[in-house]
Design a binder for this molecule. Structure first.
Ligand code: ADP
Ligand code: MG
Length: 360
């Protein structure tokens, strides 16, 4: 019965705090079993959407459905969702096992069953050997996994995660990203993941909604967002882009409108070696920055704009570009992305689930 409906359906969801509209007419469907991310800068309304879904806040208007049931007016404990927060706040005086079993205890489940289920949840995050330790005897990454086990032990249909990796250092975060993805796949439950880190969202998600000012600017798979951003905001926020305003579009690209090209789609070539299929523009090297795996070359085009080119540091790279060198920048016409205006104030864009393959 539940599989016919999306895990989450938000309709016209709006939340005002006094004069601030934190969430502005959001329409959204999230499929059962999806790893779905909400990505956006600080203050764009991501946490408020999560808190509305969890029931910690009441919407000003709009509805929230869980598997086809309207839960808008239901209390948090009466919704089949659970939340993992950034400051995972484990009980310091309890063992890892007791921490994980806590949610079962408050639900009145007997000691034997709750310990059995807590051990299984710990095994799913590969922490079973640590059951008897205190949280203070664990690393940051291990504590984060305990928080995850504590949230999943009650078997929610939807898990809400609000910047859960934000407190971890880079290496650990990358490691946890892989684990999180594996855990989600094994458990088969819907994850709604909030982050301001575009790389994290692209790495983990089946689909991503990009938020700005309480509205969804664009929704799509990571590849769609990266390859075909539809607005200036998304082109700029997801990865880096060279943006061409109307004048630069005409001068450099020979097109009307506004456009973007990713730095890695551009290359710096010797003036007489450009393939005929490529478009080119002349310019002067402003800076060549060595990045290890690549080289970023900043070029002032004669036609006006300053652009950034990302070259791979591959064998056979002939050029050693220097500041002041005259160069030719080349690109393929297919890699030019046309941008439309950002979603304007008050507008609502609906994203039905059509075309999304049902996750198992
Ligand atoms: P994000 O999680 O994307 O950083 P939030 O959802 O926390 O964004 O906040 C969205 C907007 O709503 C911000 O302008 C924030 O200041 C405001 N806001 C959030 N919670 C409250 C609150 N309890 N009272 C007043 N304003 C709030
Ligand atoms: Mg937040």
């Amino acid at each position: 019965m539940t599989d016919r409906h999306p895990a989450i359906r938000l309709t016209g969801l709006t939340k005002e705090f006094g004069a601030v509209t934190a969430v502005d007419h959001v329409d959204l469907e999230i499929g059962a079993g999806e790893f779905f991310s909400m990505l956006g800068p600080s203050g764009s309304g991501k946490t408020t959407v999560l808190r509305l879904i969890a029931g910690f806040e009441q919407p000003t208007s709009g509805t929230i459905e869980l598997f086809g049931e309207d839960v808008t007016r239901r209390a948090p404990f009466d919704r089949d969702v659970n939340t993992v927060f950034q400051d995972y706040a484990l009980f310091p005086h309890m063992s890892v096992l007791e921490n994980v079993a806590y949610g079962l205890r408050v639900r009145g489940i007997g000691r034997r069953e709750r310990h059995e289920r807590a051990r299984r949840a710990l095994a799913s995050v590969r922490l079973e050997p640590y059951a008897d330790r205190r949280p203070s005897q664990l690393s940051g990454g291990q504590r984060q996994r305990v928080a995850l086990a504590r949230a999943t032990v009650v078997e929610p249909k939807v898990l809400l995660l609000d910047e859960p990796l934000g407190a971890l250092d880079l290496k650990l975060r990358e490691q946890m990203q892989v684990e999180l993805k594996q855990i989600q796949r094994e458990l088969g439950i819907t994850f709604i993941f909030v982050t301001h880190d575009q790389e994290e969202a692209l790495t983990l998600s089946d689909r991503v909604a990009v938020f700005h000012d309480g509205r969804i600017q664009q929704l799509g798979t990571p590849a769609e967002l990266y390859e075909r951003p539809t607005s200036r905001f998304v082109a700029d926020f997801v990865g880096t882009s060279n943006l061409f305003d109307e004048d630069a579009s005409v001068a450099v690209l020979g097109r009307k409108g506004t456009h973007s090209i990713r730095p890695e789609k551009l290359s710096v070539v010797a003036p007489d070696t450009a393939e005929p299929a490529l478009r080119t523009a002349r310019g002067t090297v402003v800076e060549a920055i060595y990045l290890g795996s690549g080289i970023r070359i900043v070029v002032d085009l004669d036609a006006g704009p300053r652009i950034s080119v990302l070259e791979q540091n591959a064998r056979g790279r002939l050029h050693d570009d220097q500041r002041g060198d005259r160069v030719l920048v080349a690109w393929h016409d297919d890699d030019v992305v046309e941008l439309r205006a950002d979603v304007p104030g008050g507008a609502s864009v609906a994203y039905p689930l059509t075309g999304v393959s049902e996750a198992v």
